[in-house]
Design a binder for this molecule. Sequence first.
Ligand code: HEM
Length: 412
Amino acid sequence: MNAPTEPRETTDPDEILRAVLDPERRGALYPWLHRLRELAPVHPSEGLHVPGGFVLSRYEDIRAVLRHPQAFSDERNADIFDVGEAGAVFTAMMRKQILYLSPPDHDRIRALVARHFTPRAVERWREAAEREVERLLDAAVARGKLDLVKDVAYPLPIAVICEMMGIPKSDVPLFFQWAHDFARRGDVAALTPDVIRRGEEATAGFRDYFLGLARERRKQPKDDLLTLIALARDARGPLTDDELAATCVILLQAGHETTADLISLGIRGLLLAPRELHRLRAEPGLMPDAVEELLRWDTSVQISQRRSRVELEIGGQRIPAGATCVLLNGAANRDPAQYPDPDRIDVGRSPRDHLAFGLGRHRCLGASLARVEIQAAIAAILRRFPRLDFDGEPAFRGSFFLRGLASLPLRG
Ligand code: HEM
């Protein structure tokens, strides 16, 4: 069935969900989300590939679910990835990632790694991030061409997390391919047999690699995150092999495309709002607030899921026990009831309550690290390119679930 052409003309919320998933419409996502919020803010639908789903688009309702003591993320939320035997290795690993675990397993694994991602702990990596951005920009300038996505946004987060974890630089190119294939497999709206097969290979590759490196670190500990994870113990003992591999993969994967996306979507946003760009250049002290505003304005992780353990009443509508709430983070961040004039970027707005990093038990573990990397990248780009501008059309990736750019050519 064809998706509609104009959000305003549309009265069927499921048509809107089809438009939202349409890879051709990435540039103009938010008018559709506004229309969905107006028409059906709590909408029972499987249109986003979630069985038994209720799609929520109001800030207040989404926050209520994220804070609800009886709404959980659990391994059944990973059912969204289940394509049977052909994709079983990937699905099994997703079920073990902390994002899909409920307490006590979730809290136990999160507690083992969280202390390495506090704002204080990640400050130690700011200099490494700044150094890496300069190096990447030097290389692009020497080539005489800058595609922000390929040249800076993609390589930066993976370089930083690999350095944190203690992964040798020579292995980074291998990770690039696995990370790419793993991320594509996560886009359940665009699966093909080839994407599924590559996802299986990437998962098995990651698993063997991390288990091998963990064995080495147990024999010969180093000053890196992998050693800390390999040696971590609590009252129940060390992490199992499945838990260890899944935790290493989520640390690498959850912070890779997401952070890359925010760097390039953020620069795109600033170029579309030249007065705000000028304001930020004039007042560089606004950078932390500006980054929060850019995270609010356009974000990578567009959906979160929570399963209701009891009947919930959200936004005046009943959601039965056992249903899955599909939370549209991007729609929440543009809700006019929460943020006046939500489509406008205001680098002084300071929207500290935005939902780009989620909220509650599963709030983003790497938020402070992402902030450091995004701030470092945007600051360096603005400093080094005083006449920064588009040098061609930005191209969006196809995915709705993980929104981002495939390329952003710039000149400066
Ligand atoms: C701008 C970049 C990032 C964005 C937009 C982002 C977004 C999110 C969101 C929305 C969640 C919550 C998902 C949910 O509740 O269903 C989340 C969870 C998570 N993020 Fe991030 N993230 C980013 C960067 C990072 C980085 C750099 C890391 C680590 C190196 C990371 C690691 C994680 C982990 C481990 C979780 C799961 C936490 C849990 O289940 O307890 N993220 N992220």
